[in-house]
Ligand binder design. Structure first.
Ligand code: AMP
Ligand code: MG
Length: 339
């Protein structure tokens, strides 16, 4: 199959909508990362997403809608807590899990009785959903296990020959996947941190939001993940990544001792000067949103330069930093060294 990359225009949106109505899969820009979209009501179309990504069948997908009215058609019903979150943060990078509606294809929910839904704010994603009039199931548009794509070129790198069309909407603003919160249990639980922070969710809901254990810890053998996606290796470049906790002076001293062929630094902008090894940067030390924006591109860059061993500066665990730390932990297979 030939894969076409087309910039977002009325023509390419119409073409994408037609492919989606026919049950095909299309690469779509969103404000978080690029998604691989298909009709969420069509099981055969959704199965094509799993095939294109090589995604395990038991890992459910997020449904993308363009209105509260469409949201109501894919869940059992919107609870008062869900409405409060939607009023505060949607359209935007927040996914809410609730008991599922009957129309959603079983394949989307991967056997669960709940469904994850969000309303993207990216104009192209919104226009595409509106144009085809369908809720779109869309996981990140990477091959399962590799870093999420934040440019159309990243999507093409993973999906060339696997899907017919990628809509190019430029760089993704947020750069990490949506915050995922479940309201399907007795108490809200944050399953995946993102640009909408733990602190913001608690403030709007007016109650504690539990942080799922797997956000910052490796699952023990046999431990069940609250969110199936958290049990898989993720976001990983080919190099062995280790996160180093400590200040810049300690980081530099550690690299002095470990400098060797194939060793790279993954540090914040401006810190690369004076390091004994080559570096790729991911945002500013004092600005977690810039780290989120740059992280996945930096991980892909480390593959391009052929890094074998990577030592990464550690982000903070608060605000958007928690999302950055969560992704970097998985890229590092949970190797963290305190200096
Ligand atoms: P991605 O599609 O790459 O953004 O990943 C979606 C994430 O949401 C994965 O970690 C899924 O396991 C998680 N997810 C989707 N639907 C559900 C659900 N119904 N219950 C729990 N987690 C879900
Ligand atoms: Mg993903």
């Amino acid at each position: 199959m030939e894969t076409i990359v087309a910039s977002v225009s009325p023509q390419s949106l119409a073409q994408a909508a037609e492919l989606l109505r026919q049950g095909q899969v299309v690469g779509m820009p969103t404000e978080t990362v690029y998604g691989l979209a298909a009709n969420a009501l069509d099981g055969a179309a959704v199965a094509r997403i799993f095939a294109a990504k090589g995604r395990p069948q038991d890992n459910p997908l997020i449904v993308h809608v363009d209105s509260v009215a469409m949201w109501e058609t894919v869940v059992e019903h919107l609870t008062p807590a869900a409405r409060r979150l939607i009023d505060a943060f949607c359209p935007g990078p927040l996914t809410i899990i609730l008991p599922r509606g009957k129309r959603v294809a079983d394949e989307v929910c991967a056997g669960l009785d709940t469904v994850a839904v969000r309303m993207p704010s990216h104009p192209a994603a919104r226009a595409l959903i509106k144009e085809c009039g369908l809720p779109l199931a869309a996981p990140s548009a990477n091959l399962s296990g590799s870093p999420s794509p934040t440019t159309a070129a990243h999507v093409l790198g993973d999906m060339d020959g696997r899907i017919p069309l990628i809509l190019d909407g430029g760089d993704c603003g947020v750069g990490v996947e949506s915050t995922v919160v479940t309201l399907a249990g007795e108490q809200p639980v944050l399953l995946r941190p993102g640009y909408i922070t733990h602190e913001q969710l608690e403030q709007v809901l007016g109650c504690p939001v539990q942080l799922a254990h797997a956000v910052t810890h490796q699952l023990a053998a046999g431990e069940k993940a609250a969110s199936p996606g958290m049990k898989y290796k993720h976001y990983a470049p080919r190099a062995d990544v280790t996160i180093l906790q400590g200040d810049l002076a300690q980081y530099r001293a550690f690299l002095q001792q470990h400098a060797a062929e194939g060793v790279w630094a993954l540090c914040f902008e401006g810190e690369e000067e004076g390091l004994p090894v080559p570096a790729v940067t991911y945002g500013l030390a004092a600005d977690d949103a810039t780290q989120a924006h740059a992280l996945f591109g930096a991980l892909r860059r480390l593959d391009e330069v052929g890094a074998k061993t990577v030592y990464a500066r550690c982000p903070s665990e608060t605000g958007v930093g928690l999302a950055v730390y969560n992704r970097l932990l998985r890229a590092a297979a949970f190797r963290v060294v305190a200096l």
